[in-house]
Design a protein around this ligand. Structure first.
Ligand code: ADP
Ligand code: MG
Length: 663
């Protein structure tokens, strides 16, 4: 369970508590109460109906209760034999033959056995680790752990107990404690733990930021009349105000001799690609190479085509690198990158990251950065050093905006630019939620769209357990739509197609010859076909919220009024319902991200599943925003005036995991 150090055990806090500090008289207890009772066994027998069970009758002088056990061992029978004195704890229910407890916990006692002096903790555990064992381990870890106060008084929020005291309290609360304030985590002891955790996390972020400030990167100055200005002049459209602003922010970073570490976030369709192109132009104009990485080949190729279209006319040499590229073509691309001839390199991240040597890499751009794990980002930064002691500038792009609270905490080390304005002339997308029994009506709608020369996406879900089923589903839909739309080209795109075939299908759709594209989620990110006006998502309830938002963003990219149809299958889970509701109610990527955080927790945003990065265990970014703010101020103060204490605190809380938080 990752509980390696004494401090890890001490910080393993109870999920809930059981009250074994008092004995309730049966005569005073009510049905539905969870109580501890003590009495003498007056009857004990195994009955066979309705199923085999041990039924024990306990009498405490005020009333009797039946204890029922469906699984039991001879040792249990011995403890529960007639005449034995027993303490049992469980929920009291009204049964057929009088009051009963099903599978209570119990133990043999005598008249003098003392009661517990504090509430009994129940810890989160795994199936194979008995609660009793874990209780002992935690208690001894807590006793051994070094818990002296590290934090100077001036950084602590008022009214919170010292760590040692808070932990002692949370593991073994005294009998009179309000279980409610423990369970909803508002008790000062909980507040102290949350603050400690947030502070550790803020400190490590701030340290990472300061370390970065010591790194060197090649300054990439803006030249008057340079490549960047020539690209601007050649673009078929004017930048939006928001695009202009973020380009300025990026240009400002690139001029500095420290590596940029900037996230460019903007809703789907907000026009991030052209911003990337302008950043590339600045780097190339200054005499350096630029790499643009995308998570999938389709997306990489689309970027490539777009950027080539913009930059090659200006005399820029570009290279294309992906996994499916073979033989001579690949060797040539690699050589061009290595000798510095290729100024812009576009490809999938795996290839660029693992196999390519750059002559002079000045800027690395990562599209859809949330799809990359933390570990991958770390690897990237360590691999792509343009020269000893220097790092490239890094621009990450994402359409999944980071909620403000996360930006303040986990991404505190990241500068963020936001495109908060869509290019002009877009019509808003109408979202409709239908049960899949309305499939025929949806197909009718498709007929209507394609008759007007518009294009349609139909997305089939990824069925986790079976890629095969997944494919079957997409293939069947492909066939059905083909039959329903004679005279129109209906294509199929899925993850297991060879890259060349994928590219061929994509280019038919992008070129407008193909009317309908049936796809598994490979089209999820970044595909740009402005003539597409209808997006149908089948089994929408199975998709994550930000994924749905991404998919919806594939339409509404031109001036045509667009519709997104979310088809669902009943019964809907609560999360499924919440997601569809959110989709129907809002188009704002930030609001979607906020609700996603509510529904799923922060793990997804951090790419943490791949990395094992420690997430917040105790604090909740939304509920504890006041503590988050306090921790931010405290962290800055500590790095200024209490450096030793800051180190000790991070070590105590994060141990060796601190590295991960810097990615
Ligand atoms: P995303 O932010 O989702 O990556 P893209 O960069 O793919 O968005 O841009 C979406 C579409 O909008 C593209 O067709 C792009 O050429 C177009 N576009 C971008 N900026 C502008 C602008 N300022 N005016 C008009 N169209 C624009
Ligand atoms: Mg994009």
């Amino acid at each position: 369970m990752g509980l390696a150090r004494d401090i890890d055990l001490a910080l393993h806090l109870p999920l809930r508590y059981e009250d074994e500090t008092r004995v309730t008289r049966l005569g005073d207890a009510r049905h539905g109460d969870t109580v501890q009772v003590e009495g003498v066994v007056t009857d004990s027998q195994i009955t066979l109906r309705p199923r085999r069970q041990l039924v024990v009758t306990l009498d405490d002088g005020t009333d009797t209760v039946h204890l029922r056990f469906f699984s039991f061992y001879p040792a249990h029978q011995k403890t529960l034999a007639v005449g034995q004195r027993v303490r049992a704890r469980g929920e009291l229910r009204g049964g057929f033959l009088g009051r009963e407890m099903v599978h209570p916990s119990f133990r043999a006692v005598d008249e003098h056995t003392p009661l517990a002096t504090s509430l009994t903790p129940v810890y989160p555990t795994s199936a194979s680790l008995p609660q009793a064992y874990l209780r002992k381990a935690v208690a001894s870890g807590l006793a051994r752990a070094w818990l002296d106060e590290i934090l100077p008084a001036e950084v602590l929020p008022a009214g919170l107990p010292p760590l040692q005291q808070a932990l002692q309290f949370l593991h073994h609360p005294p009998p009179a404690t309000s279980v409610l304030t423990l369970e909803d985590r508002t008790h000062p002891a909980w507040q102290r733990l949350k603050f400690e955790e947030l502070l550790a996390q803020q400190l490590s972020q701030l340290q990472a930021q300061r370390e970065r400030a010591r790194l060197r990167a090649p300054p990439l100055p803006l030249e008057r009349g340079g490549l960047h200005e020539r690209l601007l002049a050649a673009l078929p459209f004017q930048l939006t105000g928001a695009q202009r602003r973020v380009v300025e922010e990026i240009a400002h970073d690139l001029q500095r001799p420290q590596p940029m570490h900037r996230l460019l976030q903007g809703d789907v369709g907000s026009g991030k690609t052209v911003v990337a192109a302008l950043a590339a132009a600045i780097a190339i104009g200054a005499g350096w190479q630029c790499a643009l990485m995308a998570p999938t080949e389709i997306l990489a190729e689309q970027h490539f085509r777009k950027l080539v279209g913009w930059l090659e006319p200006l005399g820029i040499v570009t290279a294309w690198l992906t996994g499916s590229q073979k033989g001579k073509a690949r060797r040539e691309s690699m050589a061009q990158v290595a000798d510095g001839q290729a100024q812009l390199v576009v490809g999938t991240h795996a290839v660029i990251q693992d196999q390519v040597e750059f002559a002079r890499l000045g800027l690395a751009i990562i599209d859809e950065q949330h799809r990359f794990g933390v570990a991958q980002r770390l690897a990237l930064r360590s691999k792509m050093k343009p020269s000893a002691g220097e790092e490239p500038h890094l621009l990450m792009m994402s359409a999944t905006p980071i909620p403000r609270t996360l930006a303040m905490t986990y991404y505190a080390d990241l500068d963020v630019s936001t495109i908060d304005e869509l290019p002009p002339g877009r019509t808003p997308i109408v979202t409709k939620v239908f049960a899949d029994t309305r499939r025929e009506a949806v197909i009718e709608r498709i007929r209507h769209e394609v008759a007007q020369g518009r294009q349609v996406y139909w997305v089939c879900p990824l069925i986790e357990e079976s890629e095969k089923l997944d494919l079957q589903n997409a293939t069947a839909t492909h066939q059905q739509l083909g039959e329903a739309l004679p005279g129109h080209m209906v294509g199929l795109l899925h993850g297991r197609m060879p890259a060349a075939e994928k590219a061929a299908v994509m280019s038919l759709f992008a070129g407008g010859q193909m009317a309908v594209l049936v796809a598994t989620t490979v089209i999820e990110v970044g595909v740009d076909v402005p003539n597409a006006s209808l997006m149908v998502i089948e089994h929408a309830e199975r998709f994550g919220l930000s994924q749905l938002h991404q998919l919806r963003g594939r339409v509404g990219r031109g001036a045509v009024a667009s519709v997104c149809v979310l088809l669902y299958t009943t019964p809907l889970s609560d999360t499924g319902k919440a997601r569809l509701k959110a989709m129907a109610e809002t188009h704002d990527g930030f609001e979607i991200a906020r609700r996603d955080l509510e529904i799923r927790g922060p793990g997804e945003f951090l790419g943490a599943r791949q990395s094992g990065a420690p997430l917040l265990r105790f604090a909740n970014l939304e509920e504890d925003i006041g503590l988050v703010r306090h921790a931010r101020r405290a962290a800055a103060l500590m790095l200024e005036h209490h450096v030793g204490a800051a180190q000790a605190h991070v070590q105590r809380w994060l141990g060796g995991k601190a590295e991960y938080l810097k990615a």
